[in-house]
Design a protein around this ligand. Structure first.
Ligand code: SF4
Length: 98
């Protein structure tokens, strides 16, 4: 049985070292953002010996950053997000402080 879930998608991710990344796109089925305070990617899988063979674009399954204007009851309500490196951590670049 498969579920169809409406999620924001990860438009770009520049973390080429992540096993889910191919061609600046994230191919995990869904990612989780945030640790409650910082909008970091909680799914990145660095240092893996190979990359995924999946081709679908990742969705944002959950976000724990309640200080973001797009956060609605621990879900992201943006149409899409971008992920990149900022201040030595992998972050949601679409984050906007309330
Ligand atoms: S835009 Fe805001 S709510 Fe959406 S994933 Fe990024 S930090 Fe979370």
């Amino acid at each position: 049985m498969k579920m169809t879930i409406d999620m924001p998608f990860v438009e770009t991710c520049t973390i080429s070292e992540c096993a889910y990344n191919k061609d600046d796109k994230c191919h995990a089925r869904a990612i989780t953002i945030g640790d409650g305070t910082h909008p970091g990617c909680d799914t990145s899988f660095l240092g893996a010996p190979s990359h995924t063979h999946a081709n679908g674009l990742a969705g944002v399954g959950a976000c724990k950053v309640t200080s973001c204007t797009f956060n609605n009851d621990l879900e992201c309500s943006a149409d899409s997000i971008s992920v990149s490196m900022q201040n030595d951590s992998i972050q949601c670049m679409t984050y906007q402080a309330l």
